[in-house]
Design a protein around this ligand. Structure first.
Ligand SMILES: [Zn+2]
Length: 76
């Protein structure tokens, strides 16, 4: 798999202010807060929409208590 998500316009508002950012993100699962460091995703500065690509989602899931495994699979 070599596909790279490329977004030029926001899928929600159509603005071209959406851009690729790398940030730590904090999420909640069943009242439990967890942080996933250095996630690359697209963020629209117009409407605040966030778009995650496959790699980002996999990384988030690997940190999530909902997907808690003794040995998280490394990125293939
Ligand atoms: Zn937008």
């Amino acid at each position: 798999m070599n596909e790279k998500l490329l977004i030029k316009t926001c899928p929600t508002c159509g603005s071209d202010t959406i851009e690729l950012v790398v940030k730590d993100i904090t999420r909640k699962y069943k009242g439990q807060t967890y942080t996933v460091p250095a996630i690359a995703f697209y963020e629209c500065s117009n409407c605040g929409e966030k778009v995650y690509d496959r790699a980002a989602i996999q990384k988030i899931e690997s940190h999530s208590p909902a997907y808690h495994h003794k040995h998280a699979l490394a990125d293939a």
